[in-house]
Structure formats: structure tokens, C-alpha cells
Design a protein around this ligand. Sequence first.
Ligand code: IFM
Length: 463
Amino acid sequence: MPPAPFRPLRFPSDFWWGTASAGHQVEGGNLHSNWWAFEQQGLVNDGSRSGRACDYWNRYPEDHSLMRALGLNSLRLGVEWARIEPAEGRVDASALSHYRSLLEDARANGLRVCLTLHHWVLPLWLAERGGWEWGGALGAWEAHVRRVVGAVGDLVDLFVTLNEPMVPVLAGYLAAYHPPCRRAPLAAARVFEALLRAHAIAYRVVHAERPRGPGGTTALVGFASAYQHVEPYHEGGLLRLAEAPIARLVARGSFGAWDRSVLTGRVAAPFGLGRRIPGLAGSADFVGVNYYMRWSAKLALPRFSNVKSAGSACPPGTELTEMGWQVYPPGLFHVLDLVRRNFGKPIWITENGCADSGDEKRRRYLAAHLAQVHRAIAAGCDVRGFLHWTFTDNFEWREGFEKRFGIIAMDPNDPELRRTPKQSAFLLRDVARANALDADAVARHAPGALDPWPLAPGLRIGA
Ligand code: IFM
């Protein structure tokens, strides 16, 4: 018997529907950065380089009008420090004014703006001085943030200070997977603390400058973390009991220590011993949730395949994305609930998406995760928006262009870099236009996607 239809899953009015990206992954030509230098050494797994990426730097008008045509009302993007300050103390005013034009164009297309101030990439000059370990890094960062806020702050609704700060710590200084490719626990702890300080500085600077967003609103400031739903591999028994502490440790190392530090204002274990950081406690007007996967903790030797699934075992029957990440939509519900309990602040889903060279898995993934966002809202989470990772297929860091997260197909080898909407773009369009996920959209774009997972209570008709 086919599953019963369900009533539309409606989202709050004024909900943000959009996509997310990062400068280095889409702009192209981020020449003066540490990632650019890393890529020139041939270290990207598929041998590619970011190169001209999606040429978003020049093609933003086309992308923004396509977003508008798809009914999207918001956009998350980042600025690149290496473009703005390509050499120490030398500010490229034309880069700042280019960002201004780009953001004005986004607004002219009816897109609200979430701006990421730092998404892993450093100016090469700063990386060569020791990156976040260098004593001058925080002063340079403060000046950079002030510049960006001064140049474009009035066009921004939400500032993300740092994207996934644990990735540079874990991938850069423990797993040696991202630059500077070190295995140095003490350096990891120093960088963790420096990033907390950087976040607190950016929070203070943005509020001190008090940029008025369009309509006179004050911008909100927060961070975006990569949250996994971490749980023991086994469903019960002694093994589950034995795995529970591993799961707690993984959750603590991958996002919990960061959250705890921001909540308490002190550098949390295992990265610190409680040193107080001025201005850190409570420095989040909202929390950005980047959610992709479940992580299963098992008593086994860790494997490092790629940073986010390092050591994760996969329970039989679990679907994986092309990144090797477990597909587990209810994990998003649990993560949202955890963030609500810990922070009690508005939440934006600043990333969620799926590497899929076809598009069928992405559509099922998208529909099933949206249903969990709806479920979390029904359970009391103040979720204000959903920003899908990502718009165009783009440069996926060490995985190069091979991994495709976009709702818009783009082949980096196409001289024209043509943008072609995938069916997942039409699913997101239909949801954004209706401000709801309804049975029709699911049947058309992602049949059966919701069936395996719980919905908000009382929603499945006939259940
Ligand atoms: O592409 C990345 C993004 O830069 C940060 N969050 C995860 C995405 C997919 O790996």
C-alpha cells in the first residue's frame, strides 16, 4: 500500500530560503591565499585547483537573478581576506568596492544576506607568519573585520564570524588534511584559543560599529559550526554502553568544546584549561547550524578518510553520500534541539546538503532534512532559515571539483561555465514559493523520501 499523504509542512512566515557558499570555493582567482598555494603543490585529491572556480566574482549578476527566479529570498556568502589584504597592511580598496557591488546586486534581487567573515582561508602572507598562531594575527583580523563592516555592513542582515572553526583546528593541525597539514596537538590547542578570540573580537567589532541593515534593522552576529549527530554504533547492550563515552568525546572534540567555550567565556577541555577570554561569554545572537551527517562511534581504530567522517563506522543499511557521510535526517532534528537547549537563541541552518553526482539522492536528502527542520520548529526550536549547501557545483577543498553539492550544475571545464538548474533546484523553488513542503512536491521530486523518518506529531494523515 502506498504511504498515506501528509498535510503540508508549513514553515514560519518570513522564513529564509536560500543557498550558501564561501568565497574561495566559488569566486575564482583567490591568488594571494594559503589555499591557492596549497593547490599549486598538487595536493588536491583529484588534482584540480580552484582556478577560476565558478567565476562568481564576475558572474554574480547571473547567479543572483537565477536565485531570484527560483523564488529564493536569501543568500549566504563569504568575503576573502586574501583579496582584501593581499599583502600585509596593503588594502585593496577595489576588492572592497567589488564586494559592495556584489551585495547591492544581491539585495536588488530581493536576497537577504548572511555574510561569513572567515571561511578557513588565510592570506598567504599571514599563513607564512604562522597563521592563527602568529602573535599579530588577531590585530590584523580586527582591522580586517572593521574594514569589511565599514565597507558593506549596511547590506548585511547576519554576520557569521567564523565558519566551522573546528575544521581548521582538526583538519589543519591534527589530521594534517588541510593546510598547514600538521599533526601538532599543542598547536591545535593554540589555534582553537586564537579562533575563540577571533570570534569574540568580530562579535564586539560588528556590534560596536552597529551597522544598520536595510530597513534600519541591526545585524545579528553568530558563528556557524559543523554539528554531527554523534551516537554509539550499536543499538543496545554492553557495546553501546562502552561506545557511549567515545561518542561523548567525539561530540565534545568536534563541536561541543567550542560551544561550551562560547557559552562560558572560557577555553574548554580538551583544548584548554578554562582560561577566560574577554568578551567571549554569550557572544552569539544566533547560532548557525551546518549539518550533514550522523557519526557512529565504535570501539575500533580510527580511519582518516576525510575529516568529517574520520573514524566513523557505518551501521549496515545506512545510505552514504559521495563524501562517505552517513545520511541520517533525524540527526538534524536532534542537533537543532541540542543547540536550542544549550543556547536558547535563534538558529539559522547555514548549511545542509549532499554530494551527489546524480541528483536523485540530493532531492531525497533535501526533502527528508526539511521535514526534520519542520519537526524541530514544531518542537519549539526557533529556526529562522534554511540555506542549502550549495548553489553551483564548486571547489570542494581537498576533494576538488569531483564532489558536487550544487543544485545548479556547473562543469569547471566548460569554457562558458554554464549554469544549469538540476531538479533539486526546482524542489527548493517549490518549497520556497509555498513556504511549505507538501505531498505534491515530494511526490514530484523525491518520492518516498519522507517515509522512513518521523515527522512532527500528528502530521501524517491516517497514521
Ligand atoms: O564545502 C564545505 C563548506 O566549505 C563547509 N561545510 C561543509 C561543506 C561540504 O563539505
